[in-house]
Design a protein around this ligand. Structure first.
Ligand code: NAD
Length: 243
């Protein structure tokens, strides 16, 4: 069976949603979790948990990323969870939105991976997990141009790291959820005007008949941290959306 006993885990965007559920799931699996988020307030309720230390970290800030890794590393596991969903087609997407989406959804992962990888290579052991989405190269989803473009890049990033370091003890996989309960999902539903109708439409696109829970996604992240025979894969966990 998989054990994460005493593994050190760095987690981004741990303040709410899937990141928060993952911090708790990694801690329950015995790992020592460095849970980070840009929002200090959101981290407060995690700080009291056993096996979890919290730090404010803006993943857009390269120096801050380097600093947190040198202060709290080395890490056995990195889970890149930070990401943002823009609405809109390619014609509605501004260059600014696309730049921001690339910076947060892709380059932030490049920053954290560059920061943790040298120590992982020294120890010839490391698991990197990136948060992608089925809205990516897996599936075209309407009205999600900047998001789909950048989450497809996350899959490319994942495969690149996996291919370069597969012989040196490093595994890199990504997770492709469908629709998952989270504070930002609530915001997106409210932004559509008719909350109940928007929620019903999101449920209807999940053949399993409901929206996923953050805990269901967190369990896959914990699995991938310890699964020693898989790398370079994009794991769909989407209630049957891509059947
Ligand atoms: P969320 O969107 O509700 O929360 C995001 C968290 O990221 C917040 O705590 C926020 O403070 C933090 N954050 C934002 N900018 C940051 C920055 N610059 N540095 C550090 N932290 C920052 O959570 P969620 O919906 O669970 O999404 C988490 C990840 O899962 C994202 O990458 C998202 O794209 C992906 N995802 C979510 C869904 C879904 O339906 N919820 C589906 C597929 C993929």
């Amino acid at each position: 069976s998989l054990s994460l006993e005493n593994k050190r885990v760095l987690l981004t965007a741990a303040g709410q949603g899937i990141g928060r559920a993952s911090a708790l799931a990694f801690a329950r699996a015995g790992a020592k979790v460095v849970a980070t988020d840009i929002n200090a307030n959101a981290l407060k309720s995690l700080a009291a948990e056993a096996n979890i230390e919290t730090y404010v970290l803006d993943v857009l800030d390269g120096e801050a990323v380097t600093r947190i890794v040198s202060d709290t590393g080395p890490f056995d596991v990195l889970f890149n969870c930070a990401g943002f969903v823009h609405a809109g087609t390619i014609l509605e997407m501004s260059d600014k939105d696309l730049d921001f989406a690339f910076d947060l959804n892709v380059r932030a992962m490049v920053r954290t991976i560059r920061a943790v990888l040298p120590a992982m290579l020294e120890r010839k052991d490391g698991a990197i997990i990136n948060m992608a989405s089925v809205a990516s190269s897996v599936k075209g989803v309407p009205n999600r141009a900047a998001y789909t473009i950048t989450k497809a890049a996350v899959i490319g990033l994942t495969k690149s790291v996996a291919a370069d370091y597969v012989g040196q003890g490093i595994r890199c996989n990504c997770i492709c959820p469908g629709t998952v309960e989270s504070p930002s999902l609530q915001d997106r539903l409210r932004a559509q005007g008719d909350f109940e109708a928007a929620r019903a439409a999101f449920i209807a696109r999940q053949p399993i008949g409901r929206i996923g829970t953050p805990e269901e996604i967190a369990d896959l992240a914990v699995y991938l941290a310890g699964a020693t025979y898989t790398t370079g894969q994009a794991y769909a966990i989407d209630g049957g959306w891509t059947i």
